[in-house]
Design a protein around this ligand. Structure first.
Ligand code: CUA
Length: 335
């Protein structure tokens, strides 16, 4: 290698150091901000608080290792060859084997402590979540309720989630409430989480499941105890009979337009391919956490779901504008 090329290595390595430091700062500026719905650094439950604490412990220890490594790298780049060799093999053994081993043992202890603090046998409520391509079916076995892409729980209660999949591998994650857990087609997993306060918490599929993986999300709504009891009582009522002619036309159009062969509405249809629509009008989002629910959003989704979420299993509809309007009016009434 020519002397000129060797000289060029200095700026290149220095550039790499600045690039790494820049990435770290960018990560701090974006990933750590609070009030973001997917930030693990804004915990909303006891499990998430343990994970946040472990994160900060790891950040502190590994941040110090990173800074010391950069300092040594800078020294190695700037020192004269005679000064570099002065450190000798003892330094390599200490800094390359002994210190990393001690650090890793300390981190293992912190990790085990956090795992122990998170684990619990308590379960105040059961919720089954079944992954589909690409949405979440939600069942409340103790109450006989079925829903989709939305989970309702009382705040302050430990919820035992039974997680499985009816399609490919998915993974269930509510970043502000705790850790992730895989949803497997052939083996149910469980995860226990608690939301400390009422609120709406974002959940996502966090295992690549092809197609619309990035658009597979849900919401967990934590209610106060009284609000949850009211929600439960309302959900246990069958949907009301259509009160006027327009709603009845909407129900007819729903039954005749092909919707009923894939979707279920209690007492109306029993399709089991798409999400249950018994209370679709009260849902917060459409398309598995993708769009705010509204009559306009429902109409757009029904008219051409493939334009909004390509590859999902719902085909475009061939309804007349009147039929589409009537179906949306009917579905929106299902609160
Ligand atoms: Cu389901 Cu990724």
């Amino acid at each position: 290698m020519s002397g000129r090329n060797m000289k060029n290595q200095g700026p290149t390595m220095g550039g790499a150091v600045f690039w790494l430091a820049g990435c770290l700062l960018a990560g701090l500026a974006t990933g750590c901000r609070r009030n973001l719905p997917h930030s693990i650094l804004d915990p909303a439950g006891p499990q998430a608080a343990q994970i946040e604490r472990l994160w900060w412990e790891m950040f502190t220890v590994y941040g110090m290792v990173f800074i010391m490594t950069l300092a040594l790298l800078a020294w190695a780049l700037l020192a004269r060859p005679r000064e570099r060799s002065a450190l000798g093999p003892r330094f390599v053994v200490a800094a390359g084997i002994v210190i990393p081993t001690v650090i890793l043992v300390i981190m293992l202890i912190m990790d085990l402590r956090a795992s122990r603090a998170i684990s619990t046998d308590r379960a105040d409520m059961q919720v089954q979540v079944i992954g589909h391509g690409w949405w979440f079916e939600v069942r409340y076995p103790e109450h006989g309720l079925v829903d989709a892409n939305e989970i309702h729980v009382p705040a302050g209660s430990m919820v035992r989630f039974e997680l499985s999949s009816a399609s490919m591998l998915h993974s269930f994650w509510i970043p502000r409430l705790g850790g992730k857990r895989d949803q497997l087609p052939d083996h149910p997993n469980e995860l226990r989480l608690e939301a400390s306060h009422p609120g709406v918490y974002h959940g996502v599929c966090t295992e690549y499941c092809a197609g619309q993986h990035a658009r597979m999300a849900f919401r967990l709504v934590a209610h106060s105890r009284a609000d949850f009891e009211a929600w439960l009582a309302a959900r246990q009522q069958p949907p009301a009979e259509p009160a006027d002619g327009k709603l009845r036309r909407g129900r007819e159009a729903y039954l005749n337009g092909g919707c009923a062969s894939c979707h279920s509405i209690q007492g109306v249809s029993e399709g089991d391919i798409g999400p249950d629509l018994t209370h679709v009008g009260s849902r917060l989002t459409l398309g598995a956490g993708q769009f705010d629910n509204s009559p306009g959003g429902l109409a757009g989704w029904i008219a051409n779901p493939q334009a909004l979420k390509p590859g999902n299993r719902m085909p475009p509809s061939y309804l007349t504008p009147d039929e589409l309007h009537a179906i949306v009016h009917y579905l929106w009434s299902l609160k």
